[in-house]
Design a protein around this ligand. Structure first.
Ligand code: NAD
Length: 524
C-alpha cells in the first residue's frame, strides 16, 4: 500500500513489481520507455517500453504463427477459453478498476462499470458465435444439382488501436469477437492507459488463450500506427475523428477493411412532457460521467422554452453539488480528466466560448487543489457555432444549454452537426419520443436514457454515422466484420452448358424457360 503526497492511498494492486510484470510483455528493443503516471498525483508508476518498427514486425510474425493453430482449433474449444475468462474477469473486477483508475484518473464508479464491459461482450458472443461462424448452405443456381455454402474464414491478424478514455473496454472487448472468430490480435493501447488492457490479456491467457496470439505494442500513434496498419489484415480503431481519417486512408491504400469508432457532439432533446427530475439526473451523468470523456456523452442540451428555467436551475444546483475529488473508493461522483494536456484543451474551449460571449452558469475552471488534471463540472449558455465548443467535440465536463420553440427546431438543431454518434430524447409519451428519435441522424438514439441502454445492448450493432465513424461494434456484424466469406460452390452435374450436340439456341430456350419456372416456383 502506497500513501501519496495528496494523502491518497494507492490501490494495493498497483505495486511496482506487479506493474513491471504487466509491462514486461511490451516489446521495446531500443530501450526507450514512456513515463506512465498516476493521474491523481502525476507520479510516475512505471516505464512503459516503446516499440520500434522491427518490434512491431516481430509481434505480427509471432501472432501470425499462433493464429494458424488457433484458426484450426474447433470453435467450441476456442469459446471454452472465454467461458473461463468470463469468470476470471468478474472475479478480478476490483483489480481491473484499480488499474483503470490509476492510469486514467476516472472515478471508481465508472472504473468498475468499465470492468464489466468485456464480460458482457463475452456473454453475448458465447451465445451467438458458434451460430455465426457455422457454415451456411445456400441454394445454387440450379436446384438440386448445385449448392453454395457461405464459410466464415478469419481475417488473420487484426490490429486494434484503442484510446485512453475506456482503455480496458476498447482494448479487450473489441478483441473478444476477433479472437473467437479465429484471428490473432495486435493491440496498440494509448501510452497513458496500457496497464488495464495488459492485465486483461494476462487474464485471457490464464483462461487458456494460447500465448503469442494476443500481442501488445506501445508508442505514440504516428510512430506505431503506420507499421501496424501495414502488417494488419483488418484494423479496428477507436479514437478521434481526425485520427480516424488518417487510419481509414491508410487502410484504404492497403485494401484492408477497417472499423472506425470516432467522436461525437451528442445532443439531448428534452420534450415538453419529460419527467424533469429524470432528465436532470440523466444530464448529470451524460455531461459529467467519466468527467465528460465518453464518446457517447452529451455536449448539447435542447430544452423547450416553457421548461428551460426549471431545468436550468435544477441542473446547475446538481452540478454545483457534485462530489468531485481524487479517491480510490466509490465516494466521488466525478474524477479527474486524463492529463494536464487534456485539461488545457478543455480549458481552451471554455475560454474561447466566454471570450465570444457565452455565459458560464457553473464551473469553468481547473481545480489544481484536487489534482493536476481536475476541472469543474461546467454548464454554459449562449454557445454559438463560431465557438470551438459550439461545433467540435470538447470531450470534457462541459455542456451547453439551448432553447427551442418547436420540435422541428429541436430536431434541426440536433442534426446541425458533422457528427452522428449518439443522441437522446426525453419524454413521457413514448410514441412521440420515438417519432422524434427517428428523425435524428445518429447511429445510436436513446429514449429516456443517455447511453447505457444503447451501449449495453450487445445484440444490436452500435456505431456512428457522418463524421462519427464507419462500421459498428456489437451485434452480428461486430463479429462477422473480423471474417472473410468464402463462397464454396459445388456443381454436382455438368448442366450449365449445352449438352454435346445440342444447338446453342435450344440450350438458351431451356435456360430461359428454366428461369420462368424457377420464378413461378419462387426458387430464385
Ligand atoms: P486519438 O485519436 O488521439 O487516439 C486514439 C488512439 O489512436 C491512441 O491509441 C493514439 O495513440 C492512436 N493514434 C493517434 N494518432 C495515430 C496515428 N496517426 N496512427 C495510428 N494511431 C494513432 O483519440 P483520443 O484522444 O485518445 O480519444 C478520444 C477520442 O476517441 C474522442 O474523440 C472520443 O469521442 C473518441 N472515442 C470514440 C469511441 C466510439 O466508440 N465511437 C469510443 C471512445 C472514444
Amino acid at each position: 500500500m502506497t500513501v501519496t503526497p495528496l494523502g491518497l492511498t494507492r490501490p494495493a494492486s498497483a505495486t511496482d513489481a506487479f506493474l513491471r510484470q504487466l509491462v514486461a510483455r511490451v516489446p521495446g528493443s531500443a530501450g526507450a520507455t514512456w513515463p506512465l503516471t498516476e493521474v491523481y498525483t502525476g507520479d510516475v508508476l512505471v516505464g512503459l517500453p516503446q516499440s520500434t518498427p522491427s518490434d512491431i514486425e516481430q509481434a505480427f510474425a509471432v501472432a501470425r504463427e499462433a493464429q494458424r493453430k488457433w484458426a484450426a482449433t474447433p470453435v467450441k474449444e476456442r469459446l471454452a477459453v472465454f467461458k473461463r475468462a468470463h469468470a476470471l474477469f468478474v472475479g478480478n473486477a476490483r483489480t481491473v478498476a484499480d488499474l483503470i483508475q490509476v492510469e486514467s484518473g476516472k472515478n471508481r464508479r465508472m472504473a468498475i462499470e468499465e470492468s464489466c464491459d468485456p464480460p458482457m461482450v463475452m456473454s453475448h458472443y458465447l451465445r451467438r458465435a458458434a451460430k455465426l461462424l457455422a457454415p451456411v448452405k445456400r441454394g445454387g443456381p440450379v436446384p438440386l444439382l448445385t449448392t453454395s455454402t457461405e464459410i466464415r474464414q478469419p481475417k488473420g491478424v487484426v490490429g486494434i488501436i484503442a484510446p485512453w478514455n475506456f482503455p480496458f473496454a476498447t482494448g479487450i472487448s473489441d478483441a473478444v469477437p476477433a479472437l473467437m472468430a479465429g484471428n490473432a490480435v495486435v493491440l496498440k493501447p494509448d501510452n497513458k492507459t496500457a496497464l488495464s488492457p495488459l492485465y486483461g490479456i494476462r487474464m485471457l491467457e490464464e483462461a487458456g488463450l494460447p500465448e503469442g496470439l494476443f500481442q501488445v505494442v506501445c508508442g505514440e500513434g504516428p510512430d506505431v500506427g503506420p507499421t501496424l496498419i501495414d502488417h494488419a489484415d483488418y484494423v479496428m480503431f477507436t479514437g478521434s475523428t481526425a485520427t480516424g481519417k488518417v487510419i481509414g486512408e491508410q487502410a484504404g491504400r492497403n485494401l484492408i477493411g477497417c472499423c472506425l469508432e470516432l467522436g461525437g457532439k451528442n445532443p439531448m432533446i428534452v420534450l415538453e412532457d419529460a419527467n424533469l427530475a429524470e432528465a436532470v439526473a440523466g444530464a448529470v451523468f451524460g455531461a459529467f460521467g467519466n468527467t465528460g470523456q465518453i464518446c457517447m456523452h452529451v455536449e448539447r442540451i435542447y430544452l423547450p422554452e416553457s421548461r428551460y428555467d426549471e431545468f436550468k436551475d435544477a441542473y446547475v444546483a446538481r452540478a454545483r453539488a457534485l462530489d468531485v475529488r481524487a479517491a480510490y473508493d466509490f465516494g466521488p461522483e466525478m474524477g479527474s480528466l486524463v492529463s494536464p494536456d487534456h485539461l488545457r484543451r478543455v480549458q481552451s474551449h471554455v475560454d474561447d466560448a466566454v471570450a465570444k460571449g457565452a455565459t458560464v452558469l457553473c464551473g469553468g475552471k481547473p481545480r489544481p487543489d484536487l489534482g493536476p488534471a481536475f476541472f469543474e463540472p461546467t454548464i454554459l449558455e449562449g454557445v454559438t457555432k463560431d465557438m470551438l465548443c459550439g461545433v467540435t467535440e470538447t470531450f470534457g465536463p462541459v455542456v451547453a444549454l439551448y432553447r427551442y420553440r418547436t420540435v422541428d427546431d429541436a430536431v434541426a438543431l440536433a442534426n446541425d452537426t458533422d457528427y452522428g454518434l449518439n443522441a437522446s430524447v426525453w419524454g413521457r409519451n413514448a410514441a412521440a419520443a420515438r417519432a422524434v428519435a427517428a428523425r435524428i441522424e445518429s447511429g445510436n438514439v436513446n429514449i429516456n436514457d443517455i447511453l447505457a441502454t444503447a451501449y449495453a445492448s450487445k445484440g444490436t450493432p452500435s456505431g456512428g454515422v457522418k463524421n462519427s465513424g464507419v462500421g459498428a461494434r456489437h451485434g452480428d456484424q461486430g463479429l462477422l466484420k473480423y471474417t472473410d466469406v468464402q463462397n464454396l460452390a459445388v456443381l454436382k452435374k455438368q448442366v450449365m452448358s449445352p449438352r454435346p450436340g445440342q444447338a446453342y439456341e435450344k440450350y438458351v430456350e431451356g435456360m430461359l424457360s428454366g428461369l420462368k419456372m424457377m420464378r413461378r416456383l419462387r426458387i430464385r
